[in-house]
Write a protein that binds this ligand. Structure first.
Ligand SMILES: Cc1cc2nc3c(=O)[nH]c(=O)nc-3n(C[C@H](O)[C@H](O)[C@H](O)COP(=O)(O)OP(=O)(O)OC[C@H]3O[C@@H](n4cnc5c(N)ncnc54)[C@H](O)[C@@H]3O)c2cc1C
Length: 409
């Protein structure tokens, strides 16, 4: 049985650990926190996942919340006009099936327990680089899946793939109960992106948390603007109060639904922001050993397009394929680079699309967002791209291709 160490118990680390376990590998997961500590912690994400990523989880029997989580049918877009009205407002549903957002406190705690119940080795320990130096000798392969934590320092930034050096948005999140249904979509649950030009975005996501179904406000503020109002890390209740006040001023249609919302729990808020980055996938330890970075460690996009957890699922599945295909051969540096390159075939398009969405939309993208208002085919293709962003290269990331596409619909 080949021995593999995975450092980090998030979306990518646990999914890979559980799927390797299925194939008889001897896997150890090192986690900074126990399941109970994860459940008792602060929220970490909004983690909306689309059909293709959910299909990977289902394939490995990890879809433990399909019967209880809101089935998120579609994705809507509104753009605020100068008069406080909506200059754009449209929605389309996904062809591949509903999306789902399971609070990572719920999901990762349950997956960590499941991994252990199925015979996996769990070591609760916040791993340092010095630890890795010693540990690497004991395993045939070490994968670092520690998100955006300090271990990323083992992996050099790739400047050719990382156009930004500073955070492009300041993020703040509140999980709530008591939001009213959208008047024009009664009884449905949809993700809705509200764009306020020059200010930022509110993305409203139906989710499932420790206390059941909920709604998540994901506020993404352009640095220095009015949505960048949480640097003082206010107490949770004050953060929600500020969110509601911003909705009242900038997106009054959302305020009307949200005004009676209450936090789901005392740790249902998050404040942050980080520069998007692509790193080189192989880290070299002082001992001369090599470790492979996974998911956010090597490709961390701004969450504006909701791709990080989807990417983490796809990265873990891609690495699983590379490990299985390697058979009994050594997991050397060349193999590690090859495993990453295979994942990058997908991730490069997600990165390109997400980085583009951080800029004011160029005229050809404005044309698409406008056309989607009157043409359901355009709306559907745009929305489906969130499930499979590789499609954007064919019609959205290049003005000439956009022109050709718009002439064809
Ligand atoms: C505000 C916000 C909203 C987001 N919304 C979405 C969304 O809607 N959809 C989407 O797809 N993505 C979203 N994302 C991104 C998504 O959450 C991440 O990209 C995804 O969780 C990355 O998975 P991962 O496995 O790489 O790392 P993580 O899920 O971050 O897991 C890393 C794990 O490693 C552990 N760890 C860290 N350091 C150590 C150490 N030294 N030793 C041991 N363990 C360690 C951590 O405790 C954690 O458990 C969002 C992110 C943010 C911040």
């Amino acid at each position: 049985m080949r021995k593999i160490l995975i450092v980090g118990s998030g979306q990518s680390g646990l999914q890979l650990a559980l799927s390797l376990q299925e194939h008889g590998y001897d896997v150890t997961v090192m986690s900074a926190r126990t399941p109970d500590e994860i459940r008792a912690g602060w929220v970490t994400s909004t983690q909306c996942m689309f059909a293709d990523a959910l299909a990977i989880e289902r394939k490995h029997g990890l879809n433990l919340w399909d019967d209880v989580a809101p089935r998120v049918a579609g994705q809507g877009f509104s753009m605020a006009g100068p008069d406080g009205q909506r200059a754009l407002n449209w929605i389309a549903s996904w062809d591949g099936g509903p999306a789902q957002s399971i609070d990572q406190r719920v999901k990762m705690a349950a997956w960590l327990e499941l991994f252990e119940e199925r015979g996996g080795n769990v070591v609760i320990h916040g791993v340092t680089t010095a630890d890795l130096n010693g540990l690497a000798r004991l395993y045939e392969l070490v994968i670092v899946a520690a998100g955006k934590g300090e271990l990323v320092q083992l992996f050099d930034r790739d400047p050719s793939r990382s156009p930004y050096t500073k955070p492009q948005r300041r993020l703040s999140v509140s999980y709530v109960h008591g939001q009213e249904s959208r008047p024009e979509r009664p009884g449905t649950t949809d993700v809705w992106m509200n764009i306020i030009p020059g200010v930022g975005e509110l993305i409203n996501i139906p989710g499932y948390t420790l206390s059941g179904p909920c709604d998540i406000f994901y506020v993404s503020g352009i640095p220095g603007g009015p949505f960048d109002a949480f640097a003082d890390r206010p107490p949770a209740e004050e953060q929600l109060r500020r969110h509601l006040e911003l909705f009242r001023q900038y997106i009054p249609w959302e305020y009307e639904r949200a005004k009676n919302a209450e936090l789901t729990d005392g740790k249902a808020v998050l404040v942050g922001g980080y520069p998007p980055v692509v790193r080189r996938p192989v880290g070299e330890l002082p001992s001369g050993g090599f470790v492979l970075g996974m998911a956010d460690v090597v490709v961390a996009n701004d969450p504006i397009t909701g791709q990080g957890a989807n990417n983490a699922a796809k990265c873990a599945e891609s690495y699983l394929g590379s490990i299985l295909e390697n058979g009994d051969r050594p997991f050397d540096r060349e193999w590690m680079q090859g495993a990453f390159d295979r994942y990058w075939e997908h991730a490069q398009w997600v990165t390109m699309f997400t980085n583009a969405m951080l800029q004011p939309p160029p005229p050809h993208v404005q044309q698409i967002l406008g056309a989607a208002q009157t043409n359901p085919a355009v709306a559907k293709r745009f929305v489906n791209g969130f499930n499979n962003p590789t499609d954007f290269q064919h019609w959205l990331l290049d003005p000439a291709k956009t022109e050709e596409y718009l002439a064809s619909v």
